[in-house]
Ligand binder design. Structure first.
Ligand SMILES: C[S@@+](CC[C@H](N)C(=O)[O-])C[C@H]1O[C@@H](n2cnc3c(N)ncnc32)[C@H](O)[C@@H]1O
Length: 236
């Protein structure tokens, strides 16, 4: 079923998915939400003093998280970005999204197009500092290599419509795929999600959510230092 473009309150686009009845991002700002949940709570605290980060995204979708990661990582940090996606978007639809125009960085459009136009199932490098592997696979079939990732962006549709993806088994597989000290961030702070993450072995910190959401979660393989994150951090 065709996804439909919508504008969110910060001016950035999102897509409505008729099959699930969900938007890809918050209607209170797609870029705002991605920055808050994945870049500020996930990437930025983790890249401190690291020259290389291995990252996995569950649900590549519009490529917005990859684009923001590209432009918000420190120059000297190399990123290996592995994205899992069951239903890649068509290029015609992708080319109507406005992220490349809204992100105030040189060549943002060019990078956005590169993220989408490179082939699936193979690794590609952008000038040696951003390596991208997009894998078309259902998360339910996906088996990640153990101890491989520093960071996971968990950005599936909500547990209300895709409960099977927010399960203990999936989170155990992701937990095993993280290196010690690795982190998973996600926009959902639902009770069942917290419970499943804990049962998979994660330590949880509940953070303030982006506009329109009270909370989000950061789950870590070991206790995670929050020294660099400027947010109120009530412990669960
Ligand atoms: C909430 S959207 C977020 C997408 C993306 N992170 C973005 O910013 O555009 C969820 C994404 O998960 C994908 N997805 C849905 N079911 C999936 C599955 N079983 N396995 C992998 N990806 C799935 C959807 O196609 C969609 O791209």
């Amino acid at each position: 079923m065709e996804r439909i473009i919508r504008q969110t309150t910060d001016g950035s686009h999102t897509l409505f998915d008729p099959a699930t009845g969900e938007n890809f991002h918050s209607v209170n700002g797609a870029i705002t939400e991605s920055m808050h949940v994945f870049i500020q709570a996930g990437l930025l605290p983790l890249v401190v003093n690291k020259t290389k980060i291995s990252l996995m995204e569950i649900g590549f979708g519009t490529g917005l998280n990859a684009l923001l990661t590209f432009f918000h990582k420190p120059k000297e940090t190399e990123i290996q970005y592995h994205a899992v996606e069951a239903f890649p978007l068509g290029l015609r639809l992708v080319h109507t999204l406005n992220y490349g125009q809204l992100i105030d960085k040189p060549h943002a459009n060019e990078v956005f197009n590169w993220l989408h136009e490179v082939s699936w199932g193979q690794s590609h490098s952008f000038e040696g500092h951003f390596e991208l592997l997009k894998q078309q696979i259902d998360l339910l079939q996906f088996k990640a290599r153990p101890e491989s990732y520093d960071l996971i962006y968990f950005d599936a549709f909500s547990p209300v419509v895709q409960a099977e993806l927010w399960s203990i088994d999936i989170f155990k597989m992701l937990y095993l795929s993280l290196k010690a000290g690795g982190v998973l961030t996600t926009y959902s702070a639902k009770g069942s999600v917290k419970q499943a993450l804990r049962q998979a072995g994660f330590k949880l910190v509940r953070l303030n959510g982006p506009p329109g959401k009270r909370h989000m979660l950061r789950a870590s393989k070991t206790e995670f230092s929050v020294r660099d994150f400027d947010n109120s951090l009530p412990q669960l």
